[in-house]
Ligand binder design. Sequence first.
Ligand code: 2PG
Ligand code: MG
Length: 403
Amino acid sequence: MTRIESVSLRRVLDSRGNPTVEADVLTESGGFGRAAAPSGASTGEYEAIELPPKEAIAKAREHAVPRLVGSVHAGNQRDVDAALHAADGTEDFSEIGANSAVAISMAASKAGADVLGAPLFQHLGGTFRDADRTFPVPLGNVVGGGEHAADATHIQEFLSAPVGAPSVAEAVFANAEVHAAVADILADRGIPAAKGDEGAWAPAVDDSEAFDIVEEATERVAEAVGFEIKFGLDVAASELYDADAGVYRYGDDERTPDEQVDYMAELVDEYDLAYVEDPLDEDDYDGFAELTERVGDRTLICGDDLFVTNVERLSRGIDEGAANSILIKPNQIGTLSDAFDAVELAQRNGLDAVVSHRSGETEDTTIAHLAVATDASFIKTGTVGGERTAKLNELIRIAEEAV
Ligand SMILES: O=C(O)[C@@H](CO)OP(=O)(O)O
Ligand SMILES: [Mg+2]
């Protein structure tokens, strides 16, 4: 019933104004799914390969579409994703492009859900998934720089984490209030700020001042809403690391890898950080392990560029104790099945899963469903801006089972 009848691919715009791949999957029984690939700016070296959209579409039409149409059932995600792998034939989707692969994979999942008449989170997570009982806490990017904004902070993202929120809706609104409080504090201090790629404020301040501002903003909003709001970071340290010199560069300041571990551990204690993503370079499993050993009992040390949603890199990380959580980005690995495998391996080994957007996004809401389906602890998907609120508002609907 869910056999795929057609797959259409086109270029659409992402939030940075770049073209990206969108896929429509139609089943023989009339089920329909549409999804679009996001795109990173601070991409990990070991991510699956994103091809220029025109090329990705041409290659997918040539190799993947004929394998899917008339033979694979959209409701069977493993078969869809196996066909994509077979069509590509490489380890990193460099033949058809991870952007084509992930768009088709996600669109097929939606077509499968549509045939069942089930919400996507339930199709992906199983019928016993109860979106009301536990929900992923949204990490809201409120101040940032790095690769997402020029002349702003060195640390890429300062993330509001409303860990005490009683509902997903209240968590989403709290993050928006923190975003607004940051604007007020910046205005009070006479600091102008544009927004970065993900909608976070991107003021030209030192990282130390950004800590001060975000701490004040989260405390202010926590007091007003009456529940705990912590904050966290995506350091995106691979972008700061100068491998030739063997140092992390924060503008004119530099830190050796040992000093970087100390600095991160100090920040965790000074600001009671809930979450630290990519505190070290993507090749530094040892540094990750040392930091996790030191502070992993009181914060999440999350591997993004370190793991790139890849079970092989994650297995090594688990063996070496390199982190206690993994960032899950379907386009880093190319299919939903691969992303699920990474979540399962992580959770079986006691690591938390954190589902994430990319800095270049579309209105696609798949990751909101993925986060609920996998029982992820957190979802990182911005705070404001249409491509971010698309996911946040979908989370609110999911919690109400109004999808
Ligand atoms: O580093 C990250 O976690 C992401 C999303 O915030 O950024 P990008 O998509 O640019 O890799
Ligand atoms: Mg990251």
